[in-house]
Design a protein around this ligand. Structure first.
Ligand code: HPA
Length: 247
């Protein structure tokens, strides 16, 4: 049974070299996950893969059933989750193509079902979320990035926005003042749901573009995002392969 799951985001809907053992359809008390869980073997290590936006990349960030996805991974018995996510770079250290392992999150999303603790409770539950990501898993990711020769941004605050539209330059300027290093649309409530189910969770973020108004301030095109993600996700694949072989 796999101990580790990888949630693939935009630009990573499958894992190269994954020997697929089984595709498992799971129905959860919270509805349907984004797709079947792919049980496989990569570099001799069992791993579970889930495409966050669905196999055909058709589910927009605000429509993802985060509760079902995380519940399904927990149900499958994994203890650790690496979430791969495309982001826009706000800080100068995150140009397109760069990788970052965030250590904090600010949640700007709204209206997304974001907890397992609301119905049929015996008592009201507040979980600690001071440090949203697992430091051990983060350290592993950072080490593997360095081992493959990547200049990774080792900390950072992930600002999670609602999408699916990109942000205005003023919104990004505000997020910059708030202390956000990067902006993405899927980091929350995924991270908190993993914490609620006691899963060790870390994010490997890939800068797809300068966030609105950053860089030379030009407008952001989907073609640019796709192009940058091709190279960025190539690097993420290298990191994940090495991480699995060193598990
Ligand atoms: N904003 C929000 N999410 C993103 C971006 C962005 O600029 N780029 C990739 N995901």
């Amino acid at each position: 049974m796999a101990d580790l799951a990888i949630i693939g985001g935009t630009g990573l809907t499958s894992l190269d070299g994954l020997e697929i053992i089984q595709r498992e359809v799971i129905h959860t008390p919270f509805g349907e996950p984004s797709g079947p869980l792919t049980h496989g073997v990569l570099n001799d290590k069992a791993v579970l893969f889930l495409a966050r936006h669905g196999d055909g990349h058709t589910i927009p960030p605000h429509r993802i059933n985060y509760r079902a996805n995380i519940w399904a991974l927990h149900h499958a018995g994994v203890k650790r989750v690496i979430a791969v996510a495309a982001v826009g770079g706000i800080h100068a250290a995150l140009p397109p193509g760069a990788l970052a392992i965030p250590d904090q999150v600010i949640d700007y999303t709204w209206g997304r079902p974001g907890t397992y603790f609301e119905d049929d409770l015996t008592e009201v539950t507040h979980i600690d979320f001071s440090y949203p990501y697992c430091d051990e898993l983060r350290a592993m990711l950072i080490d593997q990035c360095k081992a493959v020769g990547l200049d990774v941004c080792e900390t950072g605050t992930y600002g999670a926005t609602q999408g699916p539209r990109l942000e205005t330059a003023a919104e990004i300027a505000r997020m910059d003042r708030d202390g956000c290093t990067m902006v993405g649309m899927t980091g929350m409530p995924e991270a908190v749901l993993a914490r609620e189910l006691d899963l060790n969770y870390a994010c490997c973020a890939v800068s797809a573009n300068w966030a609105a108004g950053k860089g030379d301030g030009s407008i952001i095109s989907m073609a640019e995002i796709e192009e940058n993600l091709k190279s960025g996700m190539g690097r993420v694949r290298q990191v994940l392969q090495l991480l699995l072989s060193n598990l």
